[in-house]
Design a protein around this ligand. Structure first.
Ligand SMILES: Cc1ncc(COP(=O)(O)O)c(C=O)c1O
Length: 308
């Protein structure tokens, strides 16, 4: 079957190249600077635009999306919005399996873009949504092309080629040196693996800290790892991780509100990552930390995050 032509969309040029902001003032730490990419300004409102566009374009170029089959994947919400947005822009039909507790803003926005939504039991967690997508893909291969962001190599490569480069370039241009530490959360492991690999290849002394919620359902976008039965994403390169730092919603929310008052309206995972960066800065002798602010705070209005 002939591949459908790869359509141009002006939106694609707006993905990445986001502002690099300094968030260290939220920690009130002397002697350590914390820099982060403001990913909420991507057209889809989150860092997931980067890997989703890369995976979609690759699938179109290689003919996996042939005009007959639907793109299928599981998502905790942000990737779902990106798939729905760019699928609509590029004329690719999209089906998403999403846990039913994804925020109202996410679910409505996915539906608004015309994607088909299959909701799974919130109590079963993300891993169940992943298993459900796998089941659909294997039972109906003529209907679905399974993008599988947890195993798709284009996911981490997007961060290796864009997020990692932007962080390194921006930080070196500002401070004259690379960061000592990169702090990341793990959803699929794409950000940690892509950025971590880029930084360690260029500067082997860079340490990678993974911020991991220690409870379920934890922090939206971040996977709890380390419990028996937790699915470890295939693309996550655990050898890059130098330290695992537990983060809790109780730590993330106050930081999120401090960031909002500093002009950075971001979601709870950004609060968790900046909190983790501040912990690292307080405990270790580091001068510069890099991280990401994964999504916009708009996405959490219905959760009550901003209510008080
Ligand atoms: C809300 C949110 N979305 C997406 C991501 C990206 O995770 P990954 O690249 O591991 O899929 C994160 C991780 O920091 C996140 O917090």
């Amino acid at each position: 079957m002939a591949a459908i032509p790869v359509r141009e969309s002006p939106l694609l040029a707006r993905v990445g190249h986001v502002p690099l902001v300094e968030v260290g003032s939220a920690c009130e730490l002397a002697g350590c600077r914390v820099f982060a990419t403001l990913e909420g300004v991507n057209p889809g409102g989150s860092i997931k635009d980067r890997p989703v566009v890369r995976m979609l374009m690759k699938a179109l170029q290689t003919g996996h999306l042939d005009g007959e089959r639907r793109l299928l994947d599981s998502s905790s919400g942000n990737a779902g919005i990106s798939y729905a947005l760019y699928g609509a822009a590029l004329g690719v039909p999209v089906t998403l399996v999403v846990p039913g507790n994804a925020s109202r803003e996410r679910l409505d926005r996915i539906r608004a873009s015309g994607a088909e939504l299959i909701l799974t039991d919130p109590l079963e967690g993300y891993d169940f949504a992943v298993a459900e997508a796998r089941r659909l893909a294997s039972e109906q291969p003529e209907r679905y092309w399974y993008c599988d962001q947890y195993s798709n190599e284009e996911n981490w490569r997007a961060h290796y080629d864009t997020t990692g480069v932007e962080l390194l370039r921006g930080i070196i241009a500002t401070t004259g040196r690379p960061p000592d530490v990169f702090v990341a959360g793990i959803g699929t492991g794409g950000t940690l693996t892509g950025v971590g690999r880029r930084m360690k290849e260029a500067y082997p002394a860079t340490r990678v800290v993974a911020a991991i919620p220690d409870e379920f359902p934890g922090i939206e976008g971040l996977k709890p790892l380390g419990h028996p039965g937790d699915m470890v994403p295939a693309i996550l390169d655990e050898s890059l991780i130098d330290r695992r730092l537990p983060v809790r919603m109780e730590d993330a929310i106050p930081m999120c509100r401090r960031l909002a008052r500093a002009g950075l309206f971001v979601g709870p995972s950004a609060g968790a990552l900046v909190y983790a960066a501040c912990r690292v800065a307080a405990e270790d002798d580091v001068r510069c930390i890099a991280t990401v602010l994964p999504d916009t705070g708009e996405r959490y209005v219905s959760t009550g995050l901003w209510a008080s």
